[in-house]
Design a protein around this ligand. Structure first.
Ligand SMILES: Cc1cc2nc3c(=O)[nH]c(=O)nc-3n(C[C@H](O)[C@H](O)[C@H](O)COP(=O)(O)OP(=O)(O)OC[C@H]3O[C@@H](n4cnc5c(N)ncnc54)[C@H](O)[C@@H]3O)c2cc1C
Length: 306
């Protein structure tokens, strides 16, 4: 397609290689596959595995921990391609969480933490969900109430999150908490602490939220009751977590936007193809009527009634 995203960007050769490499994986999963996932609501594990095996889950992760060390432009090209082959937001959401979601670890984690966590994310062995949003603190993140109380060796967490994507299938959670109450902080963004830890289902209840769009990538309400998080699972300094999550959220917005563009272009391609191939008629069979008109641009045959 001449007006493809790649051409508009005038991308260099390696960007074209990214697009082709991603396409080679994504195009193995046809419309029937995505329709089946939309019917049964099951996470697209085969797709996730195939993307991990081909190395795409590590595109933005540091090379020394198994990733490709590339940036937001390359990730955007990858996600545009992922979203352009029928899987839409289901295919995109199954993998995009891997690209910048774990960036607080990359930017603020210790070497030991990166060694412990990043290679397993890149290989797809670990799947991570993100517990940021709360029922009473949507976009106003500083109003979260989930609280991590300091105890010997770590923290004890109580609270609630909502819209946590993939919590049905994840074994890890990146969790945003308060370690100082909002009222006791100088600035609203102070007192927020971020952890990356095991999603311990004995202490975290995960309730699926029924929904129509993107059915196969689950959305959940989660209830945390006495989750112990070891100190070794805290990312960066206590109370500084708000600035850390921006390393995830800002580039993620770019990925979401480019995925929407890919889905729109895919829809347009399909609609154009359908309009070209379709034979439509009004009244009696168009093929048998002299008054039939073949529309030159889309191949449709119209027959005038009467
Ligand atoms: C499909 C999906 C997947 C998601 N996955 C995750 C996930 O994995 N992890 C996670 O943590 N979150 C997730 N989210 C949550 C998402 O990040 C939130 O929807 C987002 O933070 C907005 O919160 P909210 O829906 O409560 O909206 P609100 O905060 O209620 O905002 C809705 C609108 O109202 C406006 N508004 C709000 N308050 C005011 C006010 N006082 N005055 C004027 N305007 C106001 C806002 O600007 C916004 O336009 C997901 C959401 C969706 C839809």
């Amino acid at each position: 397609m001449d007006r493809s995203f790649a051409n508009q960007l005038d991308v260099p050769e390696d960007h074209a290689a990214i697009r082709e490499g991603v396409r080679a994986v994504v195009s193995r999963f046809d419309d029937e596959y995505w329709l089946a996932r939309d019917d049964d609501g099951e996470f697209p594990r085969e797709f996730h595995r195939a993307m991990a095996d081909a190395g795409w889950l590590g595109i933005t992760m540091p090379e020394e921990f198994g990733g490709a060390g590339l940036g937001v432009t390359e990730a955007a090209i990858m996600m545009h391609e992922v979203a352009s082959h029928g899987g839409g937001m289901t295919s995109a959401s199954a993998v995009h969480i891997n690209l910048f979601g774990p960036h607080p670890i990359v930017v603020k984690g210790t070497d030991e933490q990166k060694r412990r966590w990043v290679p397993r994310l890149v290989s797809g062995e670990d799947q991570c969900c993100f517990g940021f949003t709360e029922p009473d603190a949507g976009l106003n993140t500083t109003r979260i109430k989930t609280f991590a109380e300091k105890v010997p060796g770590g923290y004890l967490v109580h609270g609630q999150k909502v819209w946590t994507s993939t919590a049905q299938v994840a074994n890890k959670i990146m969790l945003l908490t308060r370690t100082t109450k909002f009222e006791d902080c100088k600035r609203p963004t102070d007192g927020i602490t971020i952890f990356y830890t095991d999603l311990d289902r004995a202490k975290i209840e995960v309730r699926r939220i029924p929904k129509m769009g993107r059915k196969a990538v689950d959305s959940n309400a989660i209830f945390i009751d006495g989750l112990f998080i070891p100190e070794a699972d805290r990312i960066g300094e206590e109370g500084k977590g708000f600035s850390y999550i921006l390393h995830s959220l800002n580039p993620e917005r770019i990925l979401i936007a480019v995925e929407a563009i890919g889905i729109g272009q895919d829809a347009l391609r399909r609609a154009t193809r359908y309009a070209r191939e379709r034979v439509c008629s009004i009244g009696r069979s168009a093929r048998t009527r002299r008054s039939s008109i073949r529309l030159p641009r889309n191949g449709c045959i119209w027959s005038q009634p009467g």
